[in-house]
Design a protein around this ligand. Structure first.
Ligand SMILES: NC(=O)c1ccc[n+]([C@@H]2O[C@H](COP(=O)([O-])OP(=O)(O)OC[C@H]3O[C@@H](n4cnc5c(N)ncnc54)[C@H](OP(=O)(O)O)[C@@H]3O)[C@@H](O)[C@H]2O)c1
Length: 347
C-alpha cells in the first residue's frame, strides 16, 4: 500500500522531508479496525513530529493523526463498527499515523462519520474536535447543556484548527458568551463567521479591548497559542474561581502562583492522553466523536475545512506542512485520495 512517511527529520523545504513509500498492508487484531483512508488533514503536531533532528528511523515513520475513511476489516474483539462503515478519527501518537492507504486504529478512538458531509470535510474534524471538546467540557468543565449563560469564555487563537472547533462547540452547546482572538482581518472574519460574539486581537492589549467592549472578568480561558506571552494577561483577566486550560507547552516557567489569590484552576489538555495510557477512558473519544457527528448532521456546527490540497502525496503533504509552519493557517487543510494504483488487498 502507499504511505507518506520519513526516515530522516529534515526541514520542510528539503525534497526528502517526506517520502512516497510502499509499505506492507497492516492486519487488524483485538479491537482494531482496518480503515481504507479516503482523506486526511494536517495539524501542527505533524510538523512538530517532523521537526529537524539527527535521529534516523530504521523503519519509516508514518505521520498523520486525522483521517476519514471506510472500515474494511475488524479485529476479533471489535464490536462498535462493521465493514463498510464510514468513520473519522485521530488515532494514537504511539502508533503509525494515518497518512497511508490502509490504517489500523482502536475502535474506541473512532466515531461514525457525519452522514451529511464528504470524506474531505470529515477529515478536517477529529483531532481538533477531540481537543476542543476535552478542553471545554472536561478540563474547563463547561456545560454541554446550555447552563453557562452567565459565563464568558475567551478562546486565544480562535482562527486555527482547534479554535475553529472550540468557538463552534462553545456557541452551540454551552450558552456562554464566546470571545475569540485573531490578529488579522481574515482570521477575525473567520472567527465571527463561526459564531464568536466578539473578536479581540491577541497582538494588542486584550484587557483594554475587553474594557472597551464593557466586558469584565472572564470565567473560562482556553489558550491555544503562545502561553508564555499570554499567561500574564490570562492571570489578570480570569475571574475569581475561574478556570484556564492550555493545550500548548510553555517554553519558560509560568508564574502559576499568580493564580492563587483568585483560587483559579489551571488544567492541561493533551488529546493523546487517553490513547497513550489506554484503558476504560479511551471510549470517551468514541462517544464525543459520535456527538460531534450529530452536531454536524443537525447543522449546529460545520466542517472547518478551508482548503483541499488534492491527492495524498509526499509533495502535497509537505506543502500542507509548510502552510502550518507559517503559523497563519485558518481552519483546516485537507488532502483526499491516493493518485494512481499500487494499493494492496485488505488483509
Ligand atoms: N495538547 C493537545 O492535545 C493539542 C491538540 C491540538 C493542537 N495542539 C497545539 O495547539 C496549537 C494550536 O493548534 P491549531 O491546530 O489550532 O494550530 P493552527 O491551526 O496552526 O493555528 C493557527 C492560528 O494561530 C493563530 N496564532 C498565531 N500566533 C498566535 C499567538 N501568538 N497568539 C494567539 N494566536 C496565534 C493564528 O491566528 P492569527 O493569524 O489571527 O494571528 C492562526 O490562525 C499548536 O501548537 C498545536 O500543536 C495541542
Amino acid at each position: 500500500m502507499k504511505a507518506i512517511g520519513l526516515t530522516h527529520y529534515l526541514p520542510v523545504d528539503h525534497p526528502d522531508a517526506l517520502l512516497d513509500l510502499e509499505l506492507d498492508m497492516p492486519v487488524p487484531t483485538g479491537r482494531d479496525l482496518l480503515v481504507k483512508i479516503e482523506a486526511i488533514s494536517v495539524n501542527p503536531l505533524d510538523t512538530k513530529m517532523r521537526a529537524p533532528r539527527p535521529k534516523v528511523e530504521s523503519r519509516p515513520r508514518v505521520l498523520g493523526w486525522d483521517a476519514a475513511g471506510t472500515v474494511v476489516g475488524t479485529g476479533a474483539d471489535a464490536s462498535l463498527f462493521h465493514t463498510g462503515d464510514a468513520v473519522f478519527y485521530a488515532g494514537s501518537i504511539v502508533r503509525q499515523g494515518s497518512n497511508a492507504q490502509y490504517h489500523l486504529v482502536d475502535e474506541r478512538l473512532v466515531g461514525h462519520m457525519p452522514a451529511s458531509i464528504g470524506f474531505a470535510e470529515a477529515a478536517a474534524l477529529p483531532l481538533t474536535s477531540i481537543t476542543a471538546w476535552e478542553s471545554l467540557f472536561e478540563r474547563l468543565r463547561c456545560s454541554p447543556t446550555g447552563q453557562d449563560r452567565n459565563d464568558t469564555i475567551l478562546i486565544i487563537g480562535g482562527a486555527g484548527g482547534v479554535g475553529s472547533m472550540a468557538i463552534q462547540l462553545a456557541k452551540a452547546l454551552t450558552g456562554a458568551r464566546v470571545i475569540a482572538t485573531a490578529s488579522r482581518s481574515e482570521s477575525r472574519a473567520w472567527c465571527l463567521a463561526l459564531g464568536a460574539d466578539h473578536v479581540i486581537d491577541h497582538a494588542g492589549d486584550m484587557a483594554l479591548q475587553l474594557q472597551d467592549l464593557g466586558i469584565g472578568a472572564i470565567q473560562k480561558i482556553l489558550c491555544l497559542n503562545d502561553i508564555d506571552t499570554h499567561f500574564p494577561a490570562m492571570a489578570a483577566l480570569i475571574a475569581p474561581e475561574g478556570s484556564i486550560c492550555s493545550v500548548v507547552d510553555n517554553k519558560a516557567p509560568l508564574k502559576i502562583e499568580a493564580l492563587k489569590d483568585k483560587s483559579v484552576t489551571f488544567a492541561w489538555e493533551s488529546m493523546f492522553t487517553r490513547s497513550r495510557f489506554g484503558g476504560a477512558a479511551m471510549i470517551a473519544q468514541h462517544d464525543l466523536l459520535e456527538q460531534v457527528a450529530r452536531c454536524i448532521d443537525n447543522g449546529s456546527i460545520r466542517s472547518t475545512m478551508t482548503s483541499n490540497l488534492g491527492s495524498i502525496t509526499a509533495a502535497n503533504v509537505r506543502q500542507a506542512h509548510a502552510r502550518i509552519e507559517s503559523g497563519r493557517s485558518i481552519g483546516k487543510i485537507v488532502l483526499a485520495g491516493f493518485s494512481g494504483t499500487g494499493h494492496g488487498t485488505p488483509g
